[in-house]
Design a protein around this ligand. Structure first.
Ligand code: 2HA
Ligand code: ZN
Length: 276
């Protein structure tokens, strides 16, 4: 028996490797976090070492007090997670105020949790509330085609949502709430965490201009699938724009309304505007 036999640990490691294989994690790019269920904490407790010192998160997440997370490590490479999870990732615990964390497992050669820990935890806090506890995974990736689009499309939620929806019929079914966009900001700190978590109240996807994407979901399959679907749609848009600045035909607002009716999803009218 090893910690890799625990289902959520295995799922976490597999997702890191899947992201690496997609080409979204050059060098130490990207990070992943999972809010561990209480019964899952008991499955891994036997592997915990002496807790580290408490350290500041850099922001305050009171609604996550005393929760446990599995996170990737700062400066660690996604391509190495599958080879050595205990070096490249960690299980952390938050204190009773949600202001400090300590490491209970992993980062065995030293280091710290992801540099984007404030964004991850603030997103978890928002999505835990918005989903009545269902969402557990926050994933940040450097998705090539979405990044490319942030140079040529206006940094506007409605424009990104509509253009991405039009690129594949499944898109409005997979992300019916749309996507949010944050203009360029310094990564790693509280300000970008606040801006991102504000968008996460409304969306499951937030795009960081000229940087990448954040996705939230209840489990590894749905969250990876969401990232994959948005990025694939962006790839189709990049190809389409590369062939021609205009479309000869597309999915129309009425097509989206018909789809919404048959697939029983609600598509906000704010994204079904008439184009000029
Ligand atoms: O290097 O992706 O945003 C990790 C990151 C920072
Ligand atoms: Zn990044």
């Amino acid at each position: 028996m090893s910690i890799m036999d625990v289902k959520f640990v295995n799922g976490f490691v597999r997702m890191c490797n899947d992201g690496w294989l997609q080409g979204w994690h050059e060098r130490n790019g990207g990070n992943l976090s999972y809010r561990i269920k209480p019964e899952e904490v008991e499955e891994v407790r036997q592997y915990f070492h002496e807790p580290s010192e408490w350290k500041e998160i850099g922001t305050s997440v009171p609604d996550l007090a005393n929760e446990y997370f599995m996170v990737t490590g700062s400066g660690k490479y996604f391509r190495n997670v599958i080879l050595d999870p205990e070096d490249t990732s960690a299980i952390i615990e938050l204190d009773d105020k949600g202001e400090n964390y300590r490491v209970l497992w992993g980062l065995c050669n030293g280091g710290r949790p992801t540099s984007e820990l404030p964004s991850h935890l603030m997103n978890h806090e928002v999505k835990k509330k918005a989903s009545n506890g269902a969402h557990r995974v926050i994933y940040h990736a450097h998705t090539t085609n979405v990044i490319a689009l942030t140079f040529v499309l206006p940094l506007d939620d409605a424009v990104f949502t509509r253009e991405l929806w039009e690129m594949a019929t499944e898109c409005p079914v997979v992300f019916p709430d749309g996507v949010g966009v944050v203009g360029w900001m310094v990564p790693g700190g509280r300000d970008i965490a606040v801006a991102t978590s504000e968008l996460m109240k409304k969306y499951d996807v937030a795009i960081w201009a000229h940087h990448g994407m954040f996705a939230s979901g209840p489990d590894f399959d749905l969250t990876f699938g969401l990232m994959h679907t948005v990025e694939k749609s962006a790839e189709i848009l990049v190809k389409t724009l590369s062939m021609s600045p205009t479309k000869l035909q597309t999915i129309t607002p009425q097509n989206f309304r018909d789809l919404a009716r048959d697939f029983k999803v609600t598509l906000p009218e704010e994204f079904l505007y008439e184009k000029k």
